[in-house]
Design a binder for this molecule. Structure first.
Ligand code: G6P
Length: 368
C-alpha cells in the first residue's frame, strides 16, 4: 500500500473508495470464492463448544461488534454480551472459562480495549482479536488473531476498517454457525456466496450514489441536528452514521433504534431536524416504515436510505430517497455503510472542516 491520497482530496475519501478492493482481499483470507465455504483457523477459540461470546471495543469498532452480535446470535445461536470497553473493563462482569471473548480494534492499541482483554484473560477466557495492526499489543496478547487486512487507515474517521471488521465478523459468525451445527452446508454456501458478491456491489454503489450524496450533503451542512434510525443491524449502523457525521462535520447527530423513537427523540422532530432512516427491505422493513410514518406526521424531513424493493413499497414523502441494490441481509450493513460514509464526508467538505484530522480526536487512543 502506497500511503498517499492518489486522486482524492482526503485520505478518508480514498479509503471509502478503496473498500471494494480491501474487502475482497479480507474476504479472500476467510472464505473460498470457488466453493463458497468459510476457511477459518479459529485456533484456540472453540466456537462449537463455547457457552457465549463477550465482545468489547471502542468507537466505530464497538459498532462493528454490535452488528456482529446480531450475526453470532442469529447464525450461530451464540449469545453475545457486548459493551464499550471503558465500561466493560470496570463492570466486574461474572465470566467463566466456558465463554470466549472477542476484541475489535483497528489499531490494536486502544487502552480500554486492552484492559478489557486482560480482564477476560485473567478470568480464563480464550481471547480472539479482530485487528488491522497485527503487530499490535492487542494482537500479541490474544490467543487467536483475525486480521481485517484493510491496509493502513489514515483518516481519523474509520471507514474501510469498519467494513472489513464487518466482513471478518460475518465470516466468523458463519464459521461458528457451521461449527455449532446451526447452519448446514447449503446455508453456508448461500451466505458465503452473498459475501463474495459484496466487492462488486460496493463498486457499483460507490459509482452510483456519489452525485446524490454531494447534493444531499449541501442540505445537511445547514442543519444543527440530525437523527439516524434503524432496526436490526441497521440500528448499530444508525449509530455509526451519527458518529461519522459528528466526528467530521461537528453537526450534532444521534443514532437510535427506530422502535425507541417514540420513547423520547420524537419530541425533537420538526422541519429543521432531518431523520435519516436506514431501511433495507428486510424482516424489519414494515416496522421501520411505521416509525417513518410517525416522523412524517410530525412534519419531519426524511432521508430514506433503502433498496429497490423498499423504495417501491413505501409511498411516504421524503426529502430524499437513496435507492441501493436489493441484497441479502448478511451484506446489507456493509453496502448501507457506503451512503452513510459519503454523506458524512461530503457534509464535512462543505463545512470546510479538517476531514482527516478532526478537532480533538485521535486516530488511536492509548490513554484511558
Ligand atoms: C478512536 C478513533 C476511532 C476508533 C476508536 C477505536 O476514537 O478516532 O475511529 O473507532 O478510536 O479505535 P481502535 O483502533 O481500537 O479501533
Amino acid at each position: 500500500y502506497l500511503i498517499d491520497k492518489g486522486n482524492h482530496r482526503h485520505f478518508m475519501e480514498k479509503e471509502v473508495y478503496e473498500q471494494p478492493e480491501v474487502i475482497s482481499h479480507a474476504l479472500g483470507h476467510y472464505v473460498d470464492f470457488a466453493s463458497h465455504t468459510v476457511k477459518i483457523e479459529t485456533g484456540a477459540i472453540d466456537f462449537a463448544n463455547v457457552s457465549s461470546l463477550a465482545i468489547s471495543a471502542c468507537g466505530t469498532a464497538f459498532l462493528a461488534g454490535s452488528v456482529g452480535k446480531y450475526w453470532f446470535e442469529r447464525y450461530a445461536r451464540l449469545p453475545v454480551e457486548i459493551d464499550v470497553a471503558s465500561e466493560f473493563r470496570y463492570r466486574e462482569m461474572p465470566l467463566s472459562p466456558s465463554q470466549a471473548a472477542l476484541f475489535i480494534s483497528q489499531s490494536g492499541e486502544t487502552a480500554d480495549t486492552l484492559a478489557s482483554l486482560r480482564y477476560c484473560k485473567d478470568n480464563g477466557l480464550k481471547i480472539g482479536a479482530v485487528v488491522n495492526a497485527t503487530e499490535s499489543t492487542i494482537a500479541r496478547e490474544a490467543d487467536a488473531i483475525f486480521p481485517i487486512l484493510a491496509g493502513p487507515e489514515i483518516g481519523v474517521a474509520s471507514t474501510k476498517a469498519f467494513t472489513c471488521q464487518l466482513a471478518v465478523l460475518a465470516s466468523l459468525a458463519i464459521g461458528a454457525g457451521r461449527a455449532r451445527g446451526t447452519l448446514d452446508a447449503a446455508d453456508e454456501k448461500e451466505l458465503v456466496r452473498h459475501l463474495t458478491e459484496m466487492p462488486r456491489i460496493m463498486s457499483q454503489v460507490l459509482n452510483l450514489i456519489q452525485p446524490q450524496m454531494e447534493s444531499l450533503a449541501r442540505d445537511l451542512s445547514k442543519c444543527k441536528d440530525v437523527l439516524y434510525i434503524g432496526r436490526g443491524t441497521s440500528y448499530p449502523l444508525a449509530m455509526e452514521g451519527a458518529l461519522k457525521l459528528k466526528e467530521i462535520s461537528y453537526i450534532h447527530a444521534e443514532g437510535y433504534a427506530a422502535g425507541e423513537l417514540k420513547h423520547g427523540p420524537i419530541a425533537l422532530i420538526d422541519e429543521n431536524m432531518p431523520v435519516i432512516v436506514i431501511a433495507p427491505h428486510d424482516r424489519f422493513f414494515e416496522k421501520t416504515v411505521s416509525n417513518m410514518q410517525e416522523v412524517a406526521a410530525r412534519g419531519g424531513r426524511i432521508i430514506f436510505i433503502t433498496d429497490g424493493k423498499g423504495a417501491a413499497a413505501s409511498k411516504l414523502p421524503t426529502m430524499a430517497t437513496i435507492v441501493l441494490p436489493v441484497v441479502d441481509e448478511i451484506i446489507s450493513p456493509m453496502i448501507f455503510s457506503l451512503p452513510i460514509q459519503l454523506l458524512a464526508y461530503h457534509t464535512a467538505v462543505f463545512m470546510g472542516t479538517d476531514v482527516d484530522q478532526p478537532r480533538n480526536l485521535a486516530k488511536s487512543v492509548t490513554v484511558e
